[in-house]
Write a protein that binds this ligand. Structure first.
Ligand code: NDP
Length: 702
């Protein structure tokens, strides 16, 4: 249908206020624009000149110039008109649409409706598209038109699907509308008709919405099994997101002073009975909880995967099981907690009692949510403390499950409690006078803040903080093992592991060979849907973190590191909605590059070359961090000699990132204080009482 209806292409508001003279002027402009559209459709952009338009309209070229200035002005006005017609039709349809889905349909119908989806209008659009890149005026119109369409689509879609999905579906719809027009125009409108074009878009949108609803229902069903402790209120809540899909998993209430104080009070009361039980009794409760964790491994792993984006092949094999192992280990030690007898001669002896601290707090990071909750709670509870645990606000779900499991295992009410919230809730714990210890896993800055708060009440702290650990490969190393260690120490959990060996120092003689093997094996690493058992690298934790990782990769490139593989976001298919980054290896790195100095917490490895043993030890130690280190060599003497000189809390020889619960884990320098796991952890959850026992009369000087 031709664009010859003035009421369609003039704004109704402008029409209401128009004088008869304005009306006549407008009618002339509309006629000239109509003629321009005809001309564009028939003779194209080049053939459409002022003279051509004047001839077609039966007026002088001067009159055309009077209205539009020059050809550019005429074309811009025509393009604006085409875009406005779609906008007006969209508004008319919006007025009748009652649901967000109907409004999305209104956008589709307005763009592909029979009144303008035809050869004439289509060819005119095509002529403009060809020019948009070279003509500022047309580009402005095109940008405004696209923006309006996208923002309408996004805001309606956001009412039915999560924000990230809404954004990408809106972009897909807009691209498909353009594509349908383009195909129709290029096929000379042979097979194009409005009805099938709209049916295609409608089927696509319905299919996509259905798919998204299914995946979010699966997410929701999993998360729905988590019973939050309190209904979220409107004021402050935590939206829990699946970082692989952008789907919302849950909304939780944020705990404030009232809830934290009440939790501490409950814990104080409950701890008295808990500490009065024998170690063996406490151990039995932990054993039962460990059994429940193992029985529920798959469901817990799936929930953890949905919340963290980590591959299910990892969470099923490691996260829950290492938590269970930790409970079993400290269950065993609970009965063996003991002080010592101290011989003071025949008239006295002494002994020490290893006593719990009282109410302690655990504050977790988001990379191993359930494991961190277990690593903190198991020794705390084994020693007779009560623990209040705050998970990271990004990953609060599996800790709730752990609390349920403890309850089912017979842990008295109040001995292990979860509070939810952001840093403010964490601060309520660190500043609470009745909490005797804080165990934090988090960033260095958070560690300092926690320690400063703890100082006010001289609370004890265990701080498990960040790292930028060295992994050193000598020229006699078994090279495939060293490559395996480097892969494990950089790409496991998409690199979101505090102890990762991200500074890979390789001896000059084997560097080329090492890098080649590394490249080949990295190329085979599978990035994908975290719920697919074949996936080896899943999503990063959040869009914000994704940006941080990508910007550090960009800095690596800019500062001259040689990108061997990876370096980009992965967006193929459904991954477009998530935060995926390809495993990335930089070679030819230098010690002063940002990627070599800063913790990236993503799948980004830096390879550095070294020549001499003393040189590599000095360079490995030249970091504020001191969490972990690894050495690959077949020379046993050298391995121990080097390890002894490395400033790191946890070291591996010919392996990387294995953390058996029997071995204490923790950092030195800015990487932390105190130890988790091993017998050493018991010291951090107990205090010694020294007792002097007289066996004879007092020899009084008074
Ligand atoms: P953050 O330090 O940002 O957060 C850790 C926890 O502390 C969160 O629960 C956070 O709450 C809370 N928090 C933040 N500020 C305060 C405050 N002032 N007082 C009390 N609590 C506070 O770390 P991430 O969660 O980002 O975790 C990543 C970091 O953790 C990395 O640096 C990584 O190296 C480190 N890490 C260390 C490990 C180790 O064992 N050494 C192991 C795993 C990770 P909220 O979530 O609301 O911000």
């Amino acid at each position: 249908m031709p664009l010859n209806n003035q009421s369609t292409i003039r704004d109704p508001a402008a029409r209401r206020n128009a004088s008869p003279r304005d009306e006549a002027e407008d009618a002339r402009r509309v006629q000239l624009i109509e003629v321009t559209i005809d001309s564009l459709a028939e003779v194209g952009f080049v053939g459409t000149t002022l003279a051509e338009i004047a001839g077609r309209a039966g007026v002088s070229p001067g009159l055309v110039a009077h209205y539009f200035g020059d050809k550019d002005g005429l074309l811009e006005a025509t393009f604006r008109t085409l875009a406005r017609v779609v906008a007006v039709r969209m508004r008319e349809r919006f007025a009748l649409a009652r649901t967000p889905r109907a409004r999305v349909q209104a956008v589709i119908d307005a763009n592909l409706g029979p009144e303008n989806f035809d050869r004439r209008t289509g060819n005119a659009w095509l002529a403009f598209w060809g020019q948009v890149l070279h003509f500022e005026g047309l580009k402005r119109v095109q940008t405004a038109y696209q923006r309006r369409m996208l923002s309408n689509l996004r805001s309606d879609l956001r009412r039915v699907i999560p924000g990230e999905d809404a954004r990408s579906l809106a972009a897909m719809i807009a691209a498909m509308i353009d594509g349908v027009w383009l195909r129709a125009a290029l096929s000379e409108w042979e097979e194009a008709d409005s009805e099938s074009a709209r049916a295609l878009l409608t089927a696509f949108v319905d299919g996509r919405l259905h798919e998204l609803a299914r995946s979010s229902a699966a997410d929701g069903a999993q998360a729905a099994s988590v019973v939050p402790h309190r209904a979220p209120d409107a004021e402050q809540s935590i939206r829990v997101i699946n970082p692989a899909t952008g789907a919302q998993l849950a909304v939780l209430a944020v705990d404030g002073p009232a809830q934290v104080n009440a939790a501490v009070e409950r814990a104080r009361v409950a701890q008295k009975d808990w500490r009065a039980m024998t170690g063996a009794e406490r151990g039995r409760v932990l054993q039962r909880a460990a059994r429940l964790l193992r029985e529920r491994n798959d469901a817990l792993a799936e929930l953890e995967t949905r919340n963290t984006g980590k591959p299910i092949q990892e969470t099923r094999a490691v996260d829950v099981i290492s938590g269970a192992e930790c409970l079993e280990y400290f269950a065993g030690l609970a009965a063996g907690l003991a002080g010592e007898h101290i011989d003071l001669g025949s008239k006295a002896f002494g002994y020490t009692r290893r006593e719990p601290l009282g109410v302690v707090a655990g504050i977790g990071a988001w990379n191993y949510p359930l494991q961190i909750a277990c690593w903190k709670s198991a020794p705390a509870l084994a020693c007779g403390n009560a623990m209040i645990f705050k998970p990271a606000e990004l990953t609060p779900l599996t800790a709730i499950k752990l609390a349920e499991i403890y309850r089912e295992a017979g842990l008295p009410e109040g001995v292990f409690q979860i509070v939810q919230g952001f840093a403010d809730t964490g601060r309520l714990l660190t500043r609470h006078p009745d909490i005797r210890k804080i165990s934090l896993t988090g960033e260095v800055g958070t560690g300092k803040a926690v320690m400063a708060d703890a100082a006010a009440f001289l609370k004890q702290v265990t701080l498990e903080l960040g790292g930028k650990s060295p992994l050193i490969v000598f020229d006699d190393a078994q090279l495939d093992n060293a490559v395996s260690g480097a892969l494990l120490g950089n790409f496991y959990s998409a690199g979101e592991v505090c102890s990762n060996g991200t500074r890979v120092f390789v001896h000059r003689r084997v560097r080329a060979e090492f890098v080649e093997r590394l490249r080949a094996r990295t190329a085979a690493v599978r990035v994908g849907d975290p719920l697919d058992p074949a996936t080896q690298v899943g999503a990063l934790i959040s869009a914000e973190h994704l940006e941080k990782v990508l910007s550090l990769i960009a800095r690596g490139r800019a500062q001259g590191a040689r990108l061997i593989i990876g370096g980009e976001r992965v967006t193929g298919g459904a991954l477009a909605r998530g935060c995926f980054v390809a495993p990335t290896v930089f070679d030819a790195c230098h010690d002063d590059m940002d990627i070599v100095r800063q913790e990236i917490f993503g799948p980004v490895m830096s390879v550095l070359e070294f020549e001499r043993e003393e040189e590599v030890i000095a360079r490995a130690n030249a970091s504020e961090f001191g969490l972990a280190a690894g050495v690959f060599t077949n020379d046993l003497t050298r391995a121990h000699r080097v390890i002894a000189q490395l400033e790191a809390g946890t070291c591996w020889i010919n392996h990387y990132n294995v953390t058996p619960v029997e071995l204490p884990f923790g950092g030195v320098k800015m990487s932390g204080l105190g130890r988790e796991n091993g017998r050493a952890a018991l010291e951090h959850y107990t205090q010694l009482k020294s007792v002097y026992v007289a066996m004879a009369d007092i020899d009084s000087p008074y």
